[in-house]
Design a protein around this ligand. Structure first.
Ligand code: MTE
Ligand code: MO
Length: 250
């Protein structure tokens, strides 16, 4: 890993860079910020989990957000709390440089053709979950329906957590393995995994797969996303970007 990277996707930010979540800031103070630059990502992850294992169950502040999300996944959110949405109030807006802006309900998305992909999930911090099914609407179908205008070059994503953002070039967004996902592990996507709708960018590190997706905006140029503002690649191809290679033990 690049020791100059101040943060890792899914990891707490140094307190000078972000005000929340408070619980993680307290934790970082506890283990010592000075250590962050020298330990490897998996080592840090294990250290945090060991600490958090002791704290689990008696911490209302969000520390336990770093614990595994089940089935090998880890739960990540850059915010302390996220509203819950379901078919009654979920909306996805598609806008920006398009001829036909549109707002979709969950039922609207369910009514569109669905694509199922089964690939490995790879977080840039090193953990991996093999053969994970995702299912949903191809992003390219939504872009075609909206009518992307000439001059457009990128797509920006916003989330109803109010904080996380992501981006893709238009070429990347049109790949057939990029989904607006409604299902994960052959179930509806639960809240913790970013349900009811998350982005799924199969060929890239998992930080690209924005949870709690609420907005798709076609733009002229790439507007970098949350982790991309913090030094991570927009082109986050697994094994070929500034994250880690695809060996989770390294
Ligand atoms: N809205 C939102 N999406 C997000 C994140 C986040 O903090 N907020 N974290 C990213 C990172 S770094 C990872 S590894 C995955 C984690 O997904 P999971 O919680 O389903 O395991 O979500 C990605 N999408
Ligand atoms: Mo991540």
């Amino acid at each position: 890993m690049n020791p100059e990277q101040p943060e890792e996707p899914g990891k707490p930010a140094p307190p000078t860079q972000r005000g929340t979540p408070v619980g993680r800031r307290v934790l970082l103070g506890t283990i010592g910020l000075g250590a962050l630059g020298v330990v490897t990502a998996p080592t840090l992850q294990r250290a945090l989990e060991g600490f958090l294992g002791a704290a689990a169950g008696k911490d209302p502040t969000g520390l336990t957000g770093l614990l595994p999300n089940g089935g090998g996944f880890r739960y990540y959110s850059v915010t302390t709390s996220v509203p819950h949405k379901d078919a009654s109030n979920y909306r996805l807006t598609v806008g920006g440089l398009v001829d036909r802006p549109k707002t979709y309900s969950l039922d609207d998305l369910r009514a569109l053709p669905q694509t199922r992909l089964v690939k490995d999930v790879q977080c840039v911090t090193g953990w991996r979950v093999p053969d994970t099914p995702f299912e949903g609407v191809r992003l390219s179908d939504l872009l075609d329906a909206a009518g992307v205008r000439s001059g457009a070059g990128a797509v920006h994503f916003t989330c109803f957590d109010g904080a996380y953002t992501e981006s893709l070039t238009l070429d990347q967004a049109r790949r057939s393995d990029v989904l607006v996902a409604l299902r994960m592990q052959d179930k509806e996507i639960g809240h913790a995994h970013g349900g009811p709708v998350r982005l799924y960018v199969a060929p890239m590190y998992f930080y690209k797969s924005a949870k709690w997706l609420s907005g798709i905006t076609v733009t002229e140029h790439v507007e970098r996303g949350y982790w991309e503002h913090r030094g991570y690649d927009v082109d986050a191809w697994v094994g070929k970007s500034n994250g880690r290679d695809d060996d989770p033990t390294s």
